[in-house]
Design a protein around this ligand. Sequence first.
Ligand code: PHE
Length: 341
Amino acid sequence: MTLDELLAIARQLEQDGLAEIERAGDAPALESVRAGLLGRKSGRLNDVMKALPALGSDDRRVAGAEVNRVKGALESALEARKGALAPRAAGPRIDPTMPARRQWRGSRHPVTLVIDEIVAIFRELGFTVALGPEAEHEWYNFGALNFPPDHPAMDAHDTLYLGEGALLRTHTSPVQVRALQRHPPPVRILVPGNVYRRDVFDPSHAPMFAQLEGLAVDENVTFADLKATLTRFATRFFGAAKTRFRPSYFPFTEPSAELDIACQVCGGTGCAVCKQTGWVEILGCGMVHPRVLESAGLDAERYTGWAFGMGPARVAVNRYRLPNIRLLYDSDVRFLEQFAR
Ligand code: PHE
């Protein structure tokens, strides 16, 4: 065999060998490829090496170097293929160069935050939290609260009736009567809860919304207590914001009023939230009507009281200077997660 022939055989072996290594589909197949190429007895490279002694010494050196190079190339290809075929380590494979996934943080809804904060302020004044049912008797929702039988709010247009004298409460005021029936005065309670009205969803109305009711009943309670307590609450909650009471009407309070605060979104200069008036109504209030006290079985000559009903969503709009009340109902996580603490 001439040197050229031997070199040609060695290079052919290299080419064929690399292709066989690449084709080996699993570890046993790769092992038999290795034995066929480099095995001590039957390896094809061995056959080539056996031809070396027959060459002249110069040719032998050239051929020997080439055979070694081919051997090295095949060995490293075998090693690489072995790594590629190695079974993956058990458990998840971790790529430490991946950026970490952002932590998901839940948060309280802004309306809940507002309710909690208001409850905390009134708690300092001796108020505790009371709850009542959302599915309510007509009598508690209307009759006990001195609504005349023909009052427009009792119309099916505003109220979601459940049948058999039951309805979804349209306000939290029925809990006034429930609380007074169960606990003799002095009573000082706050009632957070959802209420329902047959309104279509628009920028300023929702068919379900939260209310926060307040009630204080005792001997010698006067309108001065109402005014002092609610003014103190407003300054505690809104800081130095200006407030004003306006006369109003509710069947279950007499006299009745509404409490406005200077719009916190525009600072009182006029914007879409305050409908350009500079003022935002945050609650209705008044002295509990004697007929309501009597509905609950109390002596209206002995006891007097005051009550208020607030819309915490409205308050949240002002507290957080939200451009639109709908943000509170859209459940957009990008908005809500800003309230995570
Ligand atoms: N219940 C009234 C409403 O839904 C609010 C209110 C409560 C007014 C208590 C006076 C006293 O609008």
